[in-house]
Design a protein around this ligand. Structure first.
Ligand code: BG6
Length: 480
């Protein structure tokens, strides 16, 4: 037996996915078009194109995804065999409100999730649900300009109210906006699109637009948290952050200071979600940059009333930055002297993601020290090329190594550092459409899905070596 020690008795071992990356059936059951439906396929290192509506002849990998919409019963059987206690997915907003601004929800969409949650519960698996995971109804972009617009707050609250009420006896753990802080990183227009349904215009100051949209989302989230507690006091409502810790490359004090400042771009979100007010460092920054961010006294009050019960986050990698002129690196927008530089102490995946299990313990400590709230790791995983052997087996030892190393650090965080960690749902428990590039062949799953980057394949499911390994981890509550 390995040295991974015991986890808390009630620990929520599970697996995670998102609706748009698995469901497919993009135009069935009355579903409207979403922002994810107009993303073409990119490739390793090449971002996806955001098209104006759907253009004939282009390939949109999310339209079919892995066809979970029609195959979920068969997939849930496998999840049960794997031993999952929880399954994290999201609700596709445009299945419930096809355009996003209707008054009456789409009953067929609601029935789909009724049946999906029933099937999970019947198999002893607790659903953990994200309300908005990168698929805002497309109409809310064309008609209202996405989360630039304050009207979006009410559309989101209305949608959330419908599903919170409908599933109040089926789902206990909810999160509002997936990786809400992605949009603050870098100049990528993809994240602004998927987080906020915003396309940047030439004269936009990206940072100002993103601060406004983000604050609108944080207000919407706080309203939903408050409402959810009224609907069912037993609900546990979390935020969902992408925590990529930024290390100072050196002990040069300016590196250390820059690392704090870059981290504030992430903390801005969780500070509001958890502490219920706009942090002073942000208010000062807005003032210094002459940004006009619109918010009212009532909205500030809502922030204090709608603080989250737990902190959900994804962890895949760490990053390091330097301010030292002699070192090269990729400039960090809005931080004139800082640049991201590679960390000589850690390796990277085939997609250039830094593999850093200790970084997970570092984040768990950092976040728990700051907030002292329960933490749920709702994404972590290893995207890799998998090879099918002639006999159909898939030996993904690299994935097992990655996950084991991270679970070992979680155990230390719980038992040595005292972090209140309540669960772990590795990402892409079943192969799915990669978010960043739309590739299928950056695989995260313990269950293989026969489909390639061009959309060819039988969609047949098969088990990888990591399947039985993770099964044993769950069965023995952390011990292999
Ligand atoms: C997170 C998202 O960014 O990381 C997921 O919440 C995404 O939707 C995951 O799939 C991994 O990123 P990628 O681009 O490799 O799919």
């Amino acid at each position: 037996m390995s040295l991974i020690k015991k986890f808390p008795e009630e620990f929520l071992w599970g697996g995670a996915v998102a609706a748009h990356q698995i469901e497919g059936a993009f135009n069935e059951g009355g579903r409207g078009l979403s922002c994810a439906d107009v993303l073409t396929a990119g490739s390793n290192g090449v971002e996806r194109e955001i098209t104006d509506g759907i253009i004939q002849g282009k390939y949109y990998p999310n339209h079919e995804a892995i066809d979970f919409y029609h195959r979920y019963k068969e997939d849930i059987k496998l999840f049960r065999e794997l031993g999952l206690k929880t399954f994290r997915t999201s609700i596709s907003w445009s299945r419930i409100f096809p355009n996003g601004d209707e008054k009456i929800p789409n009953e067929k969409g609601l029935i789909f999730y009724d049946e999906l949650f029933d099937e999970l519960l019947l198999n002893g698996i607790e659903p953990v649900i994200t309300l908005s995971h990168f698929e805002i109804p497309y109409h809310l972009y064309t008609e209202y300009g996405g989360f630039r617009n304050k009207k979006m707050i009410d559309f989101f609250v209305n949608y959330a109210e419908v599903v919170l009420k409908r599933y109040k006896n089926k789902v206990k753990y909810w999160m509002t906006f997936n990786e809400i802080n992605n949009q603050a990183d870098g100049q990528s227009s993809l994240h602004v699109w998927t987080n906020s349904a915003i396309r940047l215009k030439d004269d936009d100051i990206k940072e100002e637009v993103v601060f406004q949209a983000s604050l609108n989302e944080l207000i919407a989230s706080a309203k939903v948290v408050k409402l959810a507690h009224e609907i069912n006091p037993n609900f546990q409502i979390g935020c969902m952050m992408a925590y990529v810790p930024v290390y100072a490359y050196s002990c040069n004090p300016t590196d250390a200071m820059a690392a704090i400042k870059v981290m504030e771009r992430r903390y801005f979100y969780s500070d509001i979600h958890v502490r219920g007010h706009i942090p002073k460092y942000t208010l000062n920054y807005w003032h210094k940059k002459h940004y006009h961010i619109d918010y009212s006294v009532d909205e500030l009050k809502i922030l204090t009333e709608g603080t989250v019960d737990f902190i959900g986050f994804s962890y895949y990698m760490s990053s390091s930055e330097t301010t030292v002129d002699e070192l090269s690196g990729q400039p960090i927008p809005d931080f004139p002297h800082a640049k991201i530089t590679s960390n000589p102490y850690i390796k990277t995946s085939d997609w250039g993601w830094q593999i850093d299990p200790v970084g997970l313990r570092y984040v768990l400590n950092m976040v728990y020290e700051r907030y002292e709230k329960p933490i749920f790791i709702v994404e972590n995983g290893f995207g890799a090329y998998d090879k099918i052997e002639n006999d159909g087996s898939i030996h993904d030892q690299y994935r097992i190594d990655y996950l084991r190393a991270h679970i070992e650090q979680m155990e230390k965080a719980i038992n040595e550092d005292g972090v209140d960690l309540i669960g772990y749902t590795p990402w892409g428990i079943i192969d799915l459409v990669r978010f960043g590039s739309g590739e299928m062949e950056k695989r995260y799953g313990m269950i293989y899905v026969d489909k390639d980057n061009q959309g060819r394949g039988s969609l047949k499911r098969s088990k990888k070596d990591s399947f039985s390994w993770y099964h044993d981890v769950i069965e023995n509550n952390g011990l292999e």
